[in-house]
Design a protein around this ligand. Sequence first.
Ligand code: SF4
Length: 341
Amino acid sequence: MALKCGEVNLRAMELLDTANTGTYGDPEPTNVSLGAKKGKAILVSGHDLKDLAEILKQTEGKGINVYTHGEMLPCHGYPGLKKYPHLAGHYGTAWQNQHKEFAAFPGAILMTTNCLQKPLDTYKDNIFTSGPVQFPGVTHIEGYDFTPVVERALELQGFEADVPGKTVMTGFARNAVLGVAGTIVEAVKNKDIRHFFLVAGCDGAKPGRNYYTEFVEKVPSDCVVLTLACGKFRFFDKDLGNIGGIPRLLDVGQCNDAYSAIKIAVALSEAFGVGVNDLPLSMVLSWYEQKAVAILLTLLHLGIQDIRLGPTLPAFITPNVLKVLVDNQYAGGGSEGDTLW
Ligand code: SF4
């Protein structure tokens, strides 16, 4: 039943990918500002591209800048969204930093999915929900009418001055990566690229958790890091340089864009004439949110083996479940005291 669930989720991700790329175009590699512009502001967090598109339409000409938060970062790569000049940049990092980041944001905030943390009283009046997420005492938007969000943004002070910031790149979804598949295959054959690491997942909130940061820092310079989902915020602003004609750090997208990563892996395995499990690719994952756990089940359904889960096991991986995964070579086996399984 778990594997069947993974199969159904693959179809769900495929439909979502078709809807997103069909409506807003295929993501393109895009530089995104981590700074802010002086003026009124709205922050959109979660996953929903249509909500962001509607916010952008409904704020046109109103002097409000729109920023993405968390998993909305990859939205900057979609032609149908990046065309709006007031999509000003990306603010903040992952779900576990909402309390600090939302409290400091000087505008209205829209949360479009269930990775919402309990809102603090300091910003409860500034935050709104849409789609499947709601919270007691927080205004919920129905029918894509974001007037209350726009009105709240106009009441709040916004950014009083420009805030300088670095830029990061996003938009390396399947079309962008497979567009340079020939370059990648050549680079692997020439031994310019030795290995790929997919570092992905929701990540955890334990203080001092820096496994992903350290991992990416320690990846040898002839290896590429593919990333998606919230875990990327442990290293997304690092400049890892280029390798074999492509950047060493490729942001594939949101957690549900695991579909795109699967497509990339399958296409590369065809180009190399080997199975996906024989590619020079390791998966280092940390799913724990319900929707994201379904992505892990999809990988298991596809027969992907030797997945590394960690640095701590999610609660649903009981000792018995772990034994089944390790015995069937889905997960690399750790021993007691190991931090990575
Ligand atoms: S990666 Fe996980 S925690 Fe992050 S937004 Fe997606 S489901 Fe939520």
